[in-house]
Design a protein. Structure first.
Length: 201
């Protein structure tokens, strides 16, 4: 199916055909209100403070994501594996986001946020595996040419994962609620980085 570069965050068939990758991760559109209790539970612990929704009610979270899904320039996915929700992904068009004020947006650029839900069992490298699954989805299924991220400059854990995925850091920029680190990753960057990661694992 042709990919519309103007709406790269969501394929036209996304509402009817959830995408399952080779590793068994199923990417489906966030369902409102059905999925909101899951997100509300995930966002409550201290570990979720960087997401800035710990003080939000279920109704408020539902409204936030309803507006995001209706915006026409961003999509939220709840990703499942083996019958349980694993992570939340937000894919957005940087040309319609505040990040556009800090760099020249190119065709095929796609912004990304990820929130990894709690796991019952600690698995070494789990966060990286999940993060790489999202990257593959964005490059292979959505057709992104380049992925853009803007994590909190103080979030050292995510910086390490970003670099392992091939992100190249540009500079810090000032948002209202944080200092963000602007970074970019092309498909070639990702493929080279993951080959290196596999070789050193």
């Amino acid at each position: 199916m042709p990919i519309d570069m103007r709406a790269i965050h969501r394929r036209a068939d996304a509402a009817h055909v959830p995408y399952t990758d080779a590793e068994g991760y199923t990417f489906r559109l966030l369902r409102i209100p059905e999925d909101i209790p899951i997100l509300h539970r995930w966002f409550q612990p201290e570990r979720a403070s960087f997401w800035l929704m710990r003080d939000k009610t279920e109704a408020e979270i539902g409204q936030i994501y309803r507006e995001l899904m209706d915006s026409g320039h961003a999509t939220a996915y709840l990703v499942w594996k083996a019958g349980r929700p694993v992570f939340l992904a937000e894919c957005y068009d940087p040309a319609h986001d505040r990040i556009r004020a800090f760099y020249d947006v190119l065709p095929g650029d796609l912004g990304m946020h990820i929130f990894i839900g709690p796991s019952d069992v600690r698995v070494p490298g789990y966060t990286r595996v999940v993060f790489f699954a999202l990257m593959r989805f964005m490059f292979e299924h959505l057709g992104a040419a380049r992925i853009v991220v803007e994590p909190d400059a103080n979030n050292e854990r995510i910086h390490a994962i970003n670099r392992a995925a091939g992100f190249v850091y540009d500079r810090n920029v000032a948002f209202t609620e944080k200092i963000a680190s602007l970074a970019f990753c092309t498909r070639r960057d990702f493929e080279q980085a993951t080959v290196l990661t596999a070789a050193t694992a």
